[in-house]
Design a binder for this molecule. Sequence first.
Ligand code: BG6
Length: 512
Amino acid sequence: MSAAASDKATPAPPCALVIFGATGDLTRRLLVPALRNLKRDGLLADGLALIGVASRDVGDDGFRKHLRQGMEQFKAGSGDADIDWFVQRTHYVAGKFEDPAVYKALAAKLKDVETAHRTAGNVLFYLATPPKEFSVIVDQLGKAGLTREADGHWRRVIIEKPFGHDLSSAVALNKEILKTLDEDQIFRIDHYLGKETVQNIMVFRFANGFVEPLWNRDHIDNVRITVAETVSVEQRGRFYDQTGALRDMVPNHLFQLLTLIAMEPPSCFGADALRGEKAKVLDAVHRLGPEEARQNVVRGQYGAGIVDNRKIVPYRKAPDVPPQSTTETYVAMKLAVDNWRWAGVPFYLRTGKALARRRSYITVQFKQAPLALFRDTPVDRLPPNDLTLHIQPDEGVTLRFGVKMPGPAVRIGDVDMKFNYQDAFETTPSTGYETLVYDCMTGDASLFQRADSIEAGWRVVQPILDAWKEDGRADLPIYPAGSSGPEEADALLLRDGRRWRAISSDGLSDGD
Ligand code: BG6
């Protein structure tokens, strides 16, 4: 597992970090604060240089000023003591990403920083750009000879999501970048894998002997994955209206959670073993036919409402969203993993924007004990045994089980046994990108997506996109902002005699 998480982690090797899209939001809000947290924890080498690449012609000094302002605005966990350290080793190249002159200038800068900051010739290219630029940049880097690894130095490329818009574009993008790069030079990011609690799914499953014997179709009734967000589309209308909740969240973030829950134990935590097992899960997910997609997938769009005491305008009135938009801001689905471990166990997934609470959690519901023993008592129902892994913002694990309520009659009450990360460990603030950047610098690809998993994820999602395209979107349910989503999502479970636990009261600190 990632060394960044371990106590004895050593600083990453020296390198130049080249950020394409360096003046953008992602760099400012997430990437730079993550670098600062790595510095705080002593995980960056002194031989580090930062090179920003973007279209604005601001020059080295202009970019340094921009970086400093961003650092002062988006605080990291360690005060401002490190700002000068970063600014001193920061440089800038301006131009359009398709312009070969940019790469010539970049090559010269890389030579300079190799001497000035002793970066040892290692280079990490971070593509924090709109997706249409990914293949253009990789192609140009290749043509300029900047991806060539020689004399013991490495060249790696981090690619942000979304990786493709559908199956064929994901396949095409993989093909395109693999013309220039070897698979082991490519680090496709899914920031969910940078979250401690997501990584803990694996540790919980494989470091605890009691889990494995229960973790299968004999004992598990169903698995429910919820990623509920309170954020609305805000200023992202142009991107989001082309994307929708399914593409934005499911083949990446929700499938990461699904695969970590469902995968077989890998032979080791090496990148290939781990990613191989994850890809197998997605390969085993039953591909829905058009009729099955209609029956097993629900979508919705938020209307007006109140979230966290704020008035939310309907999605269709958000900036850059067409007033007739039929893009979904919510999706729920029932999937089947057709393999020996999981045959017959439904996996229910849901995610949406402008919901009542921000909460991500996975509930594994165990099969019920037979009611027979309690035939002659007032007990007419046994509580479900739910194991819930809380991902965010609460971080921990709860186990719900039945206990005898005090008193002469045998009555059963549901109680939760709780583990809360905060109570057990001192946690330091992080963005989730720290581990990912560090792992890339050290060459550990376990928490990054390989070409086959990306394509396997899209292979599951594509039939849903096709069915929706065929149907048009006239029947899109509208749910009030601040609710738990459309009623159709509840009906999806109710017809199987199951229910979601309420988003509004399903945290670690408040039972329902
Ligand atoms: C991003 C999506 O990948 O993940 C956003 O594009 C979403 O729409 C975000 O809000 C959720 O990430 P997190 O870490 O806040 O759960």
